[in-house]
Design a protein. Sequence first.
Lengths: 484, 489
Amino acid sequence: MSNLIAGATGDWEIVIGLEVHAQVTSEAKLFSGAATEFGAEPNTQVSLVDAAMPGMLPVINKECVKQAIRTGLALGAEINCYSVFDRKNYFYADLPQGYQISQFKQPIVGEGTITLDFKDGSTKEVGIERLHLEQDAGKSMHDQHPSMTYVDLNRSGVALMEIVSKPDMRSAEEAGAYLRKLRTILRYIGSCDGNMEQGSMRADVNVSVRRPGDEFGTRCEMKNINSIRFAQQAIEYEARRQIDIIEEGGTIDQETRLFDSAQGVTRTMRSKEEAHDYRYFPDPDLLPLEFEQTWVDELAGELPELPDAKKNRLMDELGLPSYDAGILVSEPEISVFFEEVAAGRDAKMAANWVITNLFSALNAQGKGITESPVSAAQLGQLLDLISDDTISGRIAKDVFEVMIETGDDPEKIVEEKGLKQITDTGAIEAMVDQIIADNPDQVAQYAGGENPKVIGWFVGQVMKASQGKANPGRVNQLLKQKLG
Amino acid sequence: MSDLTSLSMADALAGLDAGDFSSKELTQSYLDAVEAGQAINAYTTVTADQALDMAAAADDARAAGTPGPLAGIPLAVKDLFCTKGVLTTASSHILDGFHPEYESTVTSNLWRDGAVMLGKVSLDEFAMGSSNETSYFGSVENPWRADDGQSRVPGGSSGGSAAAVAAHLAVAATGTDTGGSIRQPSSYCGLTGMKPTYGRCSRWGVIAFASSLDQAGPIARSVKDTALMLGSMAGYDAKDSTSIDTPVPDYAAALTGDIRGLKVGIPKEYRLDDTPAEILALWDQGIDWLKQSGAEIVDISLPHTKYALATYYIVAPAEASSNLARYDGVKYGLRVPGDSLIDMYENTRAEGFGEEVTRRILIGTYVLSAGYYDAYYLKAQKVRSLIARDFEQAYQSCDVILTPTAPSAAFAPGENADDPISMYLNDVFTVPASLAGLPGISVPAGLSGEGLPLGLQLLGRPFDEETVLRAAGVLEEAAGFTAQPSKWW
């Protein structure tokens, strides 16, 4: 697949690197005991440390370290048993300390890899440069007062993992696949809820363009993008903007830009000259972060099955196609749902029902898998009813529609609506005889040699007469005998 | 001074135990002395009511047979320690009106042990200085004056602490030492002051100057008082990641007076060309005293000493420039409005910080800046490691190290005001141990030609405060320093 985009003077290649800020799932902040719940009243989850009161000191929260290690392991990355927290110094009203505690030179996690999956079943490896732990800042609220800015420190000090990719992506589609896959991995291991709307996962997108095979071009960074769609829009817009500038003889200025999601455009936020000098240096309030490899090994042993492994298992053991398997592992809740439906049943049929029927029904209702009105057990029961010939596949679709509406068990619906399949050969035979007797013209056509189409017509008539309840296999069989 | 305020901490504790007087009486005597001693300008806040309440509680505890180790002892607290509900300023304008909602660990430990808080004492602004002239609340006077009657600075940054203890406006005081801020004022005021090993006392609730160097310690009128007070101040604190979890020994019990066989190192690099003869003579005298008490004198070398001051004046300002970023007018303390956020920052910090603090923030910002970091900060960190290694190697052949505390006696106010470098040189003997995180004590050992006290410094191995105190006790005994400042206040 070619990712090149055409300019007026030839083809261009986009180069994308992503820095994802993922909020660590933890009851408490990175260096204080304050709570981290989303949506609390402003300034109710702020400790003395988070407010940077004089003389307050940070103490590392072991849970956050654990989650960073687990995430590193899930990214197949090297875990550094010795890492260092640095101070990143800058002034802002929602940064009470006047510095952010981060990791600059020696991060907790080094290089790793993410495998992207595409619709056509192809995959691509994207390198992870590093993962480090850092504090989030507070929130400035500019809309609370005509001339003043209010500050909410609830988020101040919350633990973030900054996950930095290598500049390995070449299209907005790849960047989207990367974000989705990363979010899937984070959700599988539970180190981040991946909720971009609530800001617990945000992306800084670095984009440059070049002629295929050339050196990297000058990049621009779009900060704090909070949806995958926006990230992709920003990339498309930014690449086109850069290509236009270069093709008109200009050069790209390295700068930080803002993506305006309402207008779909990027704008200069600050140029390289205005870039902060963060004056990083090791935080003297904290000792280097050291832990034993045995702890890392222990955490590795406790990791749940990861999406790639699960996908391979679905393909190898259940014989599912790559694309289906990819969809079924895309969220931990979906994979759990699917595995419950598929347990002891025809896996391909289960996959079909989940992907085609359930997902379109949920989409129509704007619901996620966890809000599904049909439980995995109920969907399993429906599949059982098909398998044991209680109902046909056709009737099953009708039953499923009712299930989605009412949440009732399939047996109950089949029973109440009298949808049980007619497998009694005598009853079907009577219907077949009647149809043949009523339609001599079609019988004649059949005898004339237009078999397939005409037999289909006869099947349809019998099914209609049975209100869809006749077992289609038997109907076919009997018609062939009788017309034969 | 009244009889009660003339007592040492050890004697006051004995008197309280014997029922000779109550803590309320003792505390009232000190409050009276504080009132009478305002000319010294040591106190920024006097907490008289709180002191008397704490004294009453100590008396009750003693009556109930459950007194803490320091029950009823009135102390002064350097105004760098956050004290719950009590104005805490770091002697800076920028912390105007700041009343912490929390109590520092070190002061909590003292109150837990029954000590009584008389109030908060002045310091060089944010502990940056060697003369207590940079306090927003005005210079503190040294109770000691030269023979010709001229006034002297008390040293710094714990100048208010030292002046208060020397003038008997407190039994003892907390100090903090970043590059000599306990030892140098102790030397200037004829007192004993100890900077323990880095990590021995919690930094939680102590307003930070340079986090990798700051360490709390006591300033008192005797080695024994110093030992008693350190025992209460010290201890592991999970809230300070640099605090070390090791038991606190009975420091007073270490004062056996027996240093036979103790190896005392004499670093040749501390014998500077321009050190006044009387300082060198006192040092020789100290060597002799220890030798006569049975110690073995060992010549040692600390080859990187000459880089210590330069290293210190990179590392400390670098950390300070970051530590003081939080004073921005947004959350607490002074706010000087402006047309924009940046304006407000600039106005607040320009008005809130004094000249010395501003100078150090600028130096620190500079040495951490892109393009300068490697040449300054990184190199300084490397030299710091070498200085620490010098000491490690020296302690292969000795147990403690004896040096002068400061290169001079207390100087006159304004003497070094226009010359930061000569001001910084006051720390030349104290800074190396700070960079290495080692324990050090200053003991008064004699008087200068002008009749001003001079101290000798003993340094020890990490967490070996006991040996340092033991040697200091012998030095104190030998020196027999009993001189007192003539009361002019």
